[in-house]
Design a protein around this ligand. Structure first.
Ligand code: CP
Ligand code: NVA
Length: 309
């Protein structure tokens, strides 16, 4: 049984296989409409249970479409509607029941420990749909989007992140090691990736490049990524943190430091970290990026269900 919790724990060859399958499947369903099922309905009869402890638009919808297009179904739970969320039932017993009724479990939570506990007690695959330290389905899908737009392996591109050292960046750092691409990060000194993350990169004999000057980070970039300054799990002084990121706003001037054909990507939802003209302009591919989550998550589901060819 395969879980999909952190990119750093998944072998590179498996991640690459998922991307190849997603490309093939996306191509094959060009003429199919939203809810038509892929040929062979590989997940026919399977139920994915999704549980959200935090808000979600894209992850919820993209997993719904992903499992439907593979011939299966999904049920979405809010933890506060369960006994678990009221403190009335343990993770162990909840997990046992989820494993009895369902075939896979996708969880969005503000506790990495909870993801681990569910993994311990479930006898069905767990997919991390965002936790404080990881957003693996988003970032694997973003690798797919970059290669689709740039028509090159991501290992041949300069990738830049301008923004907070959050869950999405942590997964992007893992991806930079797994896919061997150059990653330059632009953020205030106070918001650099943690020593634990930096040490993990070193242990894997790879390098990430951190700058406290956004122009230096963006220099020669093929892709600039960003995300909200304030994440769902952030318990900070919001106004103060936003002010500390003021000079890291992605605007026309900053984009000029990157390559001429540099593209802009953002997992969404957005805050004020990017100007409207860049976000809505021709360098931005954020809508294609959002839609690609359906395609990549289908291959992630097949991987977890042991059906990836
Ligand atoms: N990008 C992303 O995960 O969006 P949601 O929070 O809307 O799911
Ligand atoms: N870093 C953001 C991502 C949202 C999809 C958050 O955790 O809120």
């Amino acid at each position: 049984m395969k879980h999909f919790i952190n990119l750093k724990d998944i072998p590179s060859k498996d991640l690459k296989k998922i991307i190849i399958d997603a490309k093939r499947r996306k191509n094959l369903r060009k003429k199919l409409s939203t809810l038509e099922v892929d040929k062979g309905a590989p997940l026919k009869g399977k139920l994915l249970i999704q549980m959200f402890e935090k808000s979600s638009l894209r992850t919820r919808l993209s997993f719904y479409l992903a499992i439907k297009q593979l011939g299966g179904g999904t049920l979405t739970l809010r933890s506060n509607e369960l006994h678990l969320g009221q403190g009335g039932e343990s993770i162990a017993d909840t997990a046992k029941i989820l494993s009895t009724y369902g075939d896979g479990f996708m969880l969005r939570t503000d506790s990495d420990k909870k993801v681990e506990n569910f993994r311990k007690y479930l006898s069905i695959p767990v997919i991390n749909g965002l936790s404080p330290s990881s957003h693996p389905t988003q970032v694997l899908s973003d690798v797919f989007t970059v290669e689709e737009i740039k028509k090159k392996p991501i290992s041949k591109l300069n990738i830049c992140w301008i923004g907070d050292s959050n869950n999405v960046l942590e997964s992007l750092i893992s991806a930079s090691v797994k896919f061997s691409f150059k990653l330059s990060i632009g953020c205030p000194r106070k918001f650099e990736p943690s020593t634990k993350v930096k040490n993990w990169v070193k242990k894997n004999k790879k390098k990430i490049f951190i700058y406290n000057d956004p122009k230096k980070a963006a220099s020669n970039a093929d892709v600039i990524f960003s995300d909200k300054v304030i994440s769902l799990n952030d318990k900070v002084h919001k106004k103060k943190k936003i002010a500390q990121f003021k000079k890291f706003k992605i605007d026309k001037k900053l984009m000029r430091s990157a390559k001429k054909n540099c593209i802009f990507l953002h997992c969404l939802p957005r805050g004020n970290e990017v100007s409207d003209d860049i976000f809505l302009g021709n360098k931005s591919h954020v809508w294609q990026q959002a839609l690609n989550r359906v395609h990549v998550q289908k291959s992630i589901l097949l991987y977890c269900f042991g059906k990836l060819r």
